[in-house]
Ligand binder design. Structure first.
Ligand SMILES: Nc1ncnc2c1ncn2[C@@H]1O[C@H](COP(=O)(O)OP(=O)(O)O)[C@@H](O)[C@H]1O
Ligand SMILES: [Mg+2]
Length: 321
């Protein structure tokens, strides 16, 4: 079984490509693809994907989740559950609760307590961190495992702490942990010891393709140009900014304010609002509001590897045999 988890029975997946429906994110997908292929050979990795609201973090995670072909555990930080200890971890591990019994007793007790499965209160964060690492290893016993943690900035603190603790100590479990976190100074979340990839704005050619493929070819050249300038390579803005009204071109700042408002919305809310509804409502307000401040578009997302590599065990506590 363990040999299988170490990649011997997954070789047919070697070199598996992520077929992306996203525009302009091939380098990012290649990078993640390599992590997944390494996991099929038994190696583990973690990556924090940073970026402003609307830049495509969730879209990248969803794409990888669809294409990996790997067993996948998921959790998403939700603002309203930010103060509920272990809500995020419980969501992640819900499909593998039954494996908790395979953990060393103190770790199992700590997790059961955290998940409200036992009346014994064990409040030991170190044990929960260790148990998180052990449970990931256990869940990856038969086949490589993918963990997707979206909106880390809104995950409850104890869950984020346990997951990052585990991420820093991954070794040879065959686990890939991908975190997405909003790169917002107001919500800045430190993730020391875990490599980071910052999603850059889409390059101009990719941004243009998003406009033409997702918003129809009916946009005039002038409207396209204005949207490209205002969106500054942000896919959400490209998709949701109102079509500029050429007849009333002077800037009023309304669209810029609208954009800022949309980008601040929680992701669930944004998804719930249909593009057409946004367009309708924006048509009622006066158009324009061209910010005019185009920044240089670049598609080169940055990867940052922390210098201080975390202590990593070459195998998880349950990696024997
Ligand atoms: N590279 C891309 N190509 C096409 N559409 C994209 C791309 N990146 C993101 N999108 C779309 O833009 C919107 C915002 O992306 P999302 O992943 O929710 O952003 P974030 O999670 O960073 O806030 C979504 O509708 C998503 O499908
Ligand atoms: Mg998101």
């Amino acid at each position: 079984m363990r040999a299988c988890a170490r990649g011997l029975c997954e070789r047919k997946d070697q070199g598996r490509r992520i077929v992306s429906v996203l525009i302009g994110r091939d380098p990012e997908h290649r990078l993640i693809e390599n992590l997944l292929n390494d996991a099929r050979n038994g190696a583990s990795a973690a990556l924090v994907i940073r970026g402003e609201a609307g830049i495509g973090k969730t879209a990248v995670l969803e794409q990888v989740g669809r294409e990996s072909g790997m067993t996948t555990l998921r959790t998403t930080g939700v603002e309203s559950e930010h103060d509920l200890p272990f809500a995020g971890l419980e969501q992640l591990f819900r499909p593998v609760h039954n494996l908790v019994e395979h953990l060393p007793h103190p770790q199992a007790a700590a997790l059961r307590s955290a998940f409200g499965l036992s009346s014994n209160r064990v409040e030991d964060r170190l044990l929960v961190g260790l148990a998180t690492l052990s449970l990931l290893a256990e869940a990856a016993d038969d086949a490589p495992l993918l963990c997707l943690v979206d909106d880390l900035q809104w995950l409850d603190g104890p869950s984020a702490q346990a997951l990052l603790f585990a991420a820093r100590r991954l070794g040879a479990e065959g686990v890939v942990m991908l975190f997405a976190v909003r790169d917002d100074p107001a919500d800045w979340l430190e993730t020391p010891g875990v490599p980071q990839l910052t999603l850059a704005p889409l390059a101009e050619s990719a941004a243009r393709k998003v406009l033409t493929t997702r918003r129809g070819a009916a946009l005039s050249q002038a409207a396209q140009q204005q949207l490209l300038q205002e969106a500054m390579g942000n896919p959400l803005a490209l998709l949701e900014l109102p079509v500029p009204d050429a007849a009333n071109a002077p800037a009023t700042g309304i669209e810029a304010a609208f954009r800022a408002r949309v980008l601040r919305l929680p992701d669930e809310t944004r998804r719930a609002r249909s593009t057409s509804r946004l367009r309708r409502s924006s048509r009622r307000s006066s158009p324009a509001g061209r910010s005019g401040h185009s920044r240089k578009l670049t598609s080169s997302s940055r990867i940052f590897r922390p210098r201080a590599t975390p202590t990593s065990s070459s195998s998880g506590p349950f990696s024997g045999s």
